[in-house]
Design a protein around this ligand. Structure first.
Ligand code: MN
Length: 296
């Protein structure tokens, strides 16, 4: 039997929104046309932006449940504080993975002494049923696997590629890979046919299987593809994200991932009442963020 033809690719426009106190971002997921790619459920691209003047990034203490956050910087620095007592400067090329499980809170800010530019991505991964009530954790990985492949510099953020496995603790079959070209490049990447994938451009432009892509758009490749043709006319940087389709009945509200509207409402109300399971963030000079209540 011939394999079923793969579904067509989809291009999504990211929508512009504001993070914390005025940091403009482009949010590719969730979108009206697509909620997830594998367990990846939230894709934000911030910058490049000049943070030499003003307060830079300031996102006051806020909670998460049921998900992991991946922070990946291209330029600049972010200071992360969380309710586990972690105080971590996040720098380009380092992977930072916060696992919320049953509940965590954190703040994110530009440190006082900082490079002039800030540019990066924050990505969320929905946790499966077996992990979503687990204890929270924070993993700072200053080194992740890097390899050269057909002219591309690849960094393995999550999962495995060409035999190199990221030490990031993820809980569903996933791929997070940065592709960096420093000049015109043509390459072929092997894909897992059981994964769906997305490409998120961080710098400049490239084409993937003939689809031109620039920052502000997401190219989604449904499962059933076994390779990807990458072509750039010069330097370019993007993220390739993939995973097994996430089939649990996931729901999102604000900073929470759960399964039912009742769970989302409870998480919002519990945070606004400062329930103990979210812990406390110490050292952030500003107010904590109140949760909006879900409709109903
Ligand atoms: Mn957060």
């Amino acid at each position: 039997m011939q394999p079923a033809p793969a579904e067509p690719a989809q291009i999504l426009e990211a929508h512009s929104t504001v993070l914390g106190e005025g940091m403009p971002i482009a949010r590719a997921l969730p979108s009206r046309h697509r909620r997830m790619v594998g367990a990846w459920c939230f894709l934000d691209h911030f910058g490049p932006v000049d943070v030499a003047h003003g307060s830079g990034m300031r996102v006051g203490p806020h909670p998460h449940v049921g998900l992991q956050t991946v922070t990946w910087l291209v330029e600049g620095e972010v200071l992360h504080r969380d309710s586990l007592g972690t105080v971590q400067r996040i720098r380009p090329g380092q992977l930072n993975l916060m696992t919320a499980g049953r509940g965590i809170s954190h703040s994110e800010e530009s440190p006082l002494q900082r490079p002039a530019r800030l540019h990066g991505a924050q990505l969320w991964i929905a946790l499966p049923a077996s992990q979503r009530h687990r204890e929270p954790a924070f993993q700072h990985l200053p080194e992740i696997p890097r390899l050269r492949h057909q002219g591309l510099a690849l960094s393995v953020l999550a999962g495995e590629f060409l035999g190199e496995r990221s030490p990031a603790d993820v809980h569903t079959p996933l791929l997070g890979l940065e592709l960096l070209a420093d000049s015109a490049t043509q390459a072929t990447l092997a894909l897992r046919g059981d994964f769906e994938h997305a490409l998120m451009m961080l710098e400049r432009e490239a084409s993937f299987d003939g689809h031109a892509l620039a920052p502000g758009r997401l190219l989604v490749l449904p499962a059933g593809r076994h390779s990807l043709q990458v072509r750039t006319d010069g330097a370019a940087r993007c993220l390739l994200l993939g995973g097994e389709p996430f089939t649990e009945p996931m729901r999102m509200w604000w900073n929470f991932v759960a399964r039912t509207p009742e769970e989302l409402r409870k998480a919002s109300e519990d945070w606004n009442a400062q329930a103990g399971y979210f812990g406390q963030v110490h050292g952030y000079d500003g107010p904590w963020l109140r949760a909006p209540l879900p409709p109903g």
